[in-house]
Design a protein around this ligand. Structure first.
Ligand code: SF4
Length: 509
């Protein structure tokens, strides 16, 4: 068991839905301070249960859950809720199809249906619409699986979707997978990942089936055992790009490992055989710990849940952890020596532009700390970080930031708070979610995306691309200057003078 998952247990699959992250892991979603005070607060547990006097919109758990399940091959996703809950499917349509083409899968669109609950359904229940949608999905598309994303409304009115789906499972050939992601139950939007994996683990992952051969074949048995002993499941997430997957697979293949990238864009058959691997490798603990904890519990499959392979230090650390499991310590050192020598030489010209510049990074906890560490290694100063939430998995990364007084805000969304901080520290560069760039650019601060499906961020080639992107942005900052000169933000001057952390109520107990 990894040190990071010590004390965590995974035995929730008999329940219809996963526990919230409030119940399951020590986590924080409201904090304002510095690296050092965050570390102290997490150590004492006093960051837990903080809240806000006023909160702007956070994220939707259904969106995160759908980001996983809609990628599976030959599935129909049914969103059980009011029409607006399915709106995020529109924006992602082209991207999903492109990803399938890149991965040499069938170039199909996402197929999603909607129960379109209205006021009458809120009174009388929406199960009949769901029944109709499931039967329509089966009849019209013949999918391998039908995944039902249960939104807030049926959660509030108490639709017994599991009862209905159990009844329907005898009438349709597709596997039916309920995914409970009623956002009002948890303030941690990442609970949506647990919801998706809860459904996947309960309904799609089969126990490993091994059959005796009719005609004994010792050579074939040995070959199969050999492949299995070197197979790793590289667990991809919505923010990994195809370029990231190619780079990380390249590095693991160079160590002689057999790499299966999943579960995103996998077929239902591939997912059902997830247990057939020697090791599950996480790219991001925020996404994966629930999944790999249960795979360990069910199949005994060991796992690596360490850091996110962004930048040189963290890519090295990630590779070493995997190599240690397979007793490939000498091989990995040779690989790291070759890769880092080439990369450091390639990065040298970028340092002239980046040296002495300041950066602020906002987004998911592991990604922001590893990205900040990488820019720091190129001579930049990290002024601050803003994390959607923060838990035990990211605590070891705090020490990688040189300045213990660098600002840290823990806030899902909450742009009004973040903009006060940014206006005060005024970094040369902001790295964050693309949605944040609209506001940050209006402050006149140049931005680059923290992740993007068209770019490579991870591994050694990703480090090069990330540095190149930052240099390109810093060499010409006209866009942000012109936008800020002509497009104002909606705050009064007094807002920028206020303390953004006054809004945070510390937990009393
Ligand atoms: S109502 Fe709930 S499920 Fe629907 S979009 Fe809002 S948070 Fe998401």
């Amino acid at each position: 068991m990894s040190k990071l998952t010590e004390g965590l247990t995974y035995h929730y699959l008999s329940a219809e839905e996963p526990p919230t992250r409030e119940e399951r892991i020590e986590a924080c979603y409201a904090f304002g301070g510095s690296c050092s005070t965050l570390k102290t607060g997490m150590g004492k547990g006093c960051t837990k249960f903080n809240s806000r006097k006023f909160a702007q919109g956070g994220g939707c758990q259904l969106t995160l859950a759908l980001g996983i399940v809609r990628t599976f091959q030959n599935v129909v996703v049914i969103i059980h809720g009011p029409l607006g809950c399915g709106s995020n499917n529109l924006g992602i349509a082209g991207y999903s199809k492109t990803s399938r083409i890149l991965k040499q899968k069938k170039a199909s669109d996402n197929i999603w249906l909607h129960t379109n609950l209205d006021e009458n359904d809120v009174i009388s229940g929406g199960l009949e619409k769901l029944r109709e949608a499931v039967l329509y999905a089966e009849r019209e598309y013949r999918p391998d699986a039908i995944v039902i994303g249960n939104s807030c409304t049926p959660g509030i009115i108490g639709d017994d979707i599991d009862g209905l789906l159990d009844e329907l499972s005898g009438q349709v050939a597709a596997k039916i997978v309920p995914v409970h992601c009623e956002g009002f139950k948890s303030k941690f939007v990442a609970t949506g990942y647990d919801s998706a994996y809860h459904g996947l683990l309960r309904k799609l992952v089969d126990p490993v089936k091994r059959y005796e051969r009719t005609i004994p074949d010792e050579v074939a048995d040995a070959a199969e055992k050999d492949i299995y002993s070197k197979t790793v499941n590289l667990l991809n997430v919505g923010s990994t790009s195809y370029g990231d997957e190619v780079e990380l697979s390249r590095l693991l293949t160079a160590l002689g490992l057999n790499v299966r990238v999943m579960p995103l864009y996998a077929s239902i058959d591939e997912i059902s055989r997830m247990g057939e691997a020697a090791l599950n490798v996480s790219i991001c603990a925020t996404h994966d710990d629930y999944l790999i904890g249960h795979l360990k519990e069910r199949f005994g499959t060991e796992y690596i849940i360490d850091t996110l392979p962004i930048g040189i230090k963290n890519t090295n650390q990630w590779l070493r952890a995997i190599a240690k499991f397979f007793k490939l310590e000498d091989e990995v050192e040779k690989l790291i020596a070759i890769e880092t020598a080439q990369l450091k030489e390639a990065l040298e010209p970028f340092k002239k532009t980046l040296q002495g510049k300041t950066v602020f990074v906002g987004g998911g906890e592991t990604r922001i700390f590893t990205t900040a560490e990488f820019f720091q290694s190129l001579g930049m100063e990290v002024l601050g970080l803003k994390s959607h939430n923060f838990d035990r998995f990211a605590v070891p990364l705090i020490d990688d930031i040189d300045d213990p007084e660098a600002v840290v805000a823990v806030a899902p969304g909450q742009p009004a708070e973040e903009l006060v901080i940014l206006n005060r520290v005024r970094p040369d560069l902001y790295v964050g979610h693309t949605g944040a760039h609209t506001w940050v650019t209006k402050l006149g601060i140049p931005t680059i995306p923290l992740f993007g499906q068209s770019f490579n961020y991870m591994g050694y080639s990703g480090a090069f691309e990330l540095a190149r992107k930052a240099v390109k942005k810093l060499q010409n900052t006209t866009f942000a200057r012109k936008i800020s000169a002509h497009v104002p933000l909606p705050f009064r001057p007094a807002w920028y003078e206020s303390n953004p952390f006054d809004n945070i109520k510390e937990a009393e107990a």
